[in-house]
Write a protein that binds this ligand. Structure first.
Ligand code: CMX
Length: 433
């Protein structure tokens, strides 16, 4: 079944569930909000319901209820590798069902048909200074595509609220279809003298990115399939997903919404951490010149932390265990690049740093997150431009973000409008108790 038909077949039941919760339990209190939380980044306050994914502090990511190893095992694989087709992943995110191989291929075909990127998108990037960060170019390219929004055009002439989601899905399929070409040619613009490469119709979505940047190694194509699955979503309230959801709640279309999400992802405490992590690992490597002993590395890490700096790739706002996305990439590295010196350093840091961070007492999660290793894998296959890594994260993450947004419109979710207070109001609220 096609994605739109599968979503349509679930809508009546899903809307009834939500309406029943609001009608029968509308006044049920989910959480109290404390002063600490308001000043502390609204940490842990439930603000949104989404069934696309969930991050359990102890288990990590579940996509539509499936843990990372289950997703990797159950989704249909590419004929050319061991990892899943992104088309099947998008089907799972959008519909909640594990697709058949035929359904996964159907999404891949839809994407090929919709993959042409209008000329003005790349033209709008060319005048940018050479030092522009690739995330800026990526967000800009998505924004330039907004001219093509089907939802925005149809809304102008008037559409039934019930039909919003269909146009958001149409825009989402159009946007995601173009992403491999967009990001590959941003890479080519920045690092390959601006050559323009068209997608190869014989390749799947994830592998096509590899092909267009000139990486034809089947192992790298498989790495990209893995990378896309692992970075596709991480529940609905992280900075990029929440920013996109908030913007789309004003009925801004998928392009406006995803571009704003990418601006959040570009921050060093969120998506930019993968770029920072690789730079940090290379610094450690060049500091020691040769492989350090365990004791030398321990001392280096202790001194580094004592200087007040953070170590990218470690810690998480929700997780309290090793990120299963780190583990899946580590498994890949053990298989394809066990002797890579940078991977060996990643592994040494993994053996030593959590113990040091735990002793330090203030870090709530001493374990590695997804970013502690993803740059190392890219680096191994010759994608050495660390400032591009967040674009790879964003390219994958738009699969999840666009799904959240389509479902929010399908469920008829309203404009988001929380409340801000002044310091005076807050102080007088406290005094009055
Ligand atoms: N290195 C050094 N110090 C760290 C640290 C790290 N990796 N992780 C947390 N800390 C520090 C914090 O800076 C904070 O210090 P202060 O109290 O002095 O401000 C203290 O430990 C407590 O922080 P926390 O509650 O454990 O962590 P937060 O929920 O506030 O922040 C995160 C989470 C990810 C931003 C933080 O761990 C961090 O900055 N990590 C490094 C950057 C990184 O890897 N980001 C990628 C996140 C993955 C993603 O976005 O998907």
């Amino acid at each position: 079944m096609k994605i739109e038909h599968r979503i349509a077949s679930k809508l009546t039941e899903e809307r009834a569930r939500m309406q029943n919760l609001v009608k029968e339990h509308g006044k049920f209190s989910i959480a109290e909000v404390t002063v600490e939380q308001v000043y502390g980044g609204i940490r842990g306050v439930p603000i949104h319901v989404t069934d696309v994914s969930h991050v359990d502090p102890q288990e990590g990511l579940r996509l539509r209820g499936y843990a990372v190893p289950e997703v990797l095992e159950k989704l249909p694989k590419s004929e050319h590798g061991e990892y899943p087709l992104a088309g099947g992943l998008y089907y799972l995110l959008m519909t909640g069902e594990i697709p058949t191989k035929q359904e996964a291929n159907q999404v891949e075909i839809e994407w090929k048909v919709r993959s042409n990127v209008p000329e003005h998108v790349f033209k709008s990037l060319q005048p940018m200074p050479a030092y522009t960060h690739p995330m800026t170019l990526f967000s800009q390219a998505i924004l330039a595509l907004q001219s093509e929004s089907v939802f925005a055009k149809r809304f102008y002439y008037g559409i039934d609220k019930e039909d919003y989601w269909g146009y958001y899905l149409e825009d989402s399929l159009n946007l995601t279809a173009k992403l491999p070409t967009i990001i590959a040619n941003i890479y080519n613009l920045k690092y390959r003298n601006g050559i323009f490469v068209q997608p190869n119709p014989k390749l799947d979505w994830s592998a096509n990115f590899a092909y267009m940047i000139g990486k034809h190694d089947p192992a790298y194509m498989d790495l990209m399939r893995l990378f896309v699955v692992l970075h596709s979503d991480h529940e609905g309230a992280n900075v990029s997903a929440h920013a996109s959801h908030l913007v789309a709640s004003a009925l801004s279309d998928i392009y406006l919404s995803c571009s704003s999400g990418m601006n959040g992802l570009a921050g060093p405490l969120h998506g930019l951490a993968n770029q920072e992590c690789l730079r940090w690992l290379l610094d450690v490597q060049s500091h020691f010149k040769v492989v350090p002993t365990e004791e030398q590395l321990r001392q280096y890490l202790v001194e580094f932390l004592a200087s007040g700096r953070m170590i990218p790739g470690y810690g998480h706002a929700v997780l309290r265990v090793t990120d299963p996305r780190f583990t899946a990439q580590r498994d890949f590295a053990c298989k394809f690049l066990p002797d890579d010196p940078l991977f060996q350093l990643v592994d040494m840091v993994y053996q030593i740093l959590p113990g040091i961070l735990s002793q330090n007492g203030k870090v709530k999660n001493p374990w590695p997150n997804v970013d502690a290793i993803n740059g190392t894998l890219q680096y191994h296959f010759g994608v050495t431009e660390a400032d591009f890594y967040t674009v790879l994260f964003g390219f994958s993450r738009i699969l999840g973000i666009s799904t959240h947004v389509v479902w929010s419109r399908a469920m008829g979710k309203p404009l988001e409008r929380p409340k801000s207070l002044t310091t005076d109001i807050l102080e007088s609220m406290i005094k009055s108790v």
